[in-house]
Design a protein around this ligand. Sequence first.
Ligand SMILES: [Zn+2]
Length: 59
Amino acid sequence: MPTFDCPTCEKILTVAKREDAPFRPFCCERCKQVDLGKWLDGTYCISEPIAPDELPEDV
Ligand SMILES: [Zn+2]
């Protein structure tokens, strides 16, 4: 019987067959989304300030 542990909640899951775990290696869709969110946090946290020379200069 295939077993795997969910990287998000660390729950160990046992399934009768691989097809029974559509969110593998996660136990459920929520855990999958949580993990995805972690990746996005790390990737998109850099917010670039607008460079002064990109502003229009007609004063
Ligand atoms: Zn989980």
